[in-house]
Design a protein around this ligand. Structure first.
Ligand SMILES: Cc1cc2nc3c(=O)[nH]c(=O)nc-3n(C[C@H](O)[C@H](O)[C@H](O)COP(=O)(O)O)c2cc1C
Length: 141
């Protein structure tokens, strides 16, 4: 079964609260571990950017569930491609909070100092996630 990587961005729906992010992470980690999906979720309190990698079937099924989740909206796929190997294999779903989305990183990968996934090309979004992964290596997140 081929491996694929999918990166998308979205924004929170009205009424989104701190409990929602906890619930999302708990479910994501459990479900992804069951179907060997790995990846990273970045969240800056208004916007998400998430990378999912795994078999084409598992990533597509996961993305369909995510698309139907009313806790976020304006879901835009930035990248979908076949990959030869995983890059986030340590994490069923790693979490990158706002504090890690620093101005130097944002400036390096986009035209703005704020975290704005829509201001990034697919290539920049991917590279930003790799940089975040490397800054978190050896941590279970
Ligand atoms: C931003 C965001 C990221 C999510 N990431 C995942 C994920 O990586 N894996 C997953 O199974 N569910 C994820 N979810 C939760 C799903 O949308 C869904 O609630 C969950 O898979 C349970 O689906 P079910 O109730 O149909 O079983 C995410 C939801 C949001 C809003």
């Amino acid at each position: 079964m081929y491996l694929v990587r999918l990166i998308y961005t979205s924004e929170i729906s009205d009424g989104f609260g701190p409990n929602d992010i906890e619930d999302i992470l708990e479910k994501a980690k459990k479900k992804n571990a069951e179907c060997n999906v790995t990846g990273l979720l970045c969240f800056n309190s208004t916007h998400f950017m998430q990378c999912l990698e795994g078999s084409r079937k598992a990533v597509n099924a996961t993305y369909h569930r995510i698309l139907n989740d009313k806790r976020h909206r304006n879901i835009i796929m930035l990248n979908y491609c076949e990959i030869a190997e995983r890059e986030f294999e340590k994490w069923s779903m790693g979490y990158i909070p706002y504090s890690k989305l620093t101005t130097p990183l944002n400036i390096k990968y986009s035209g703005t100092s704020d975290f704005n996934p829509l201001a990034m090309s697919a290539g920049s979004a991917h590279k930003l996630m790799l940089a975040l992964r490397d800054s978190m290596l050896d941590k279970v997140i």
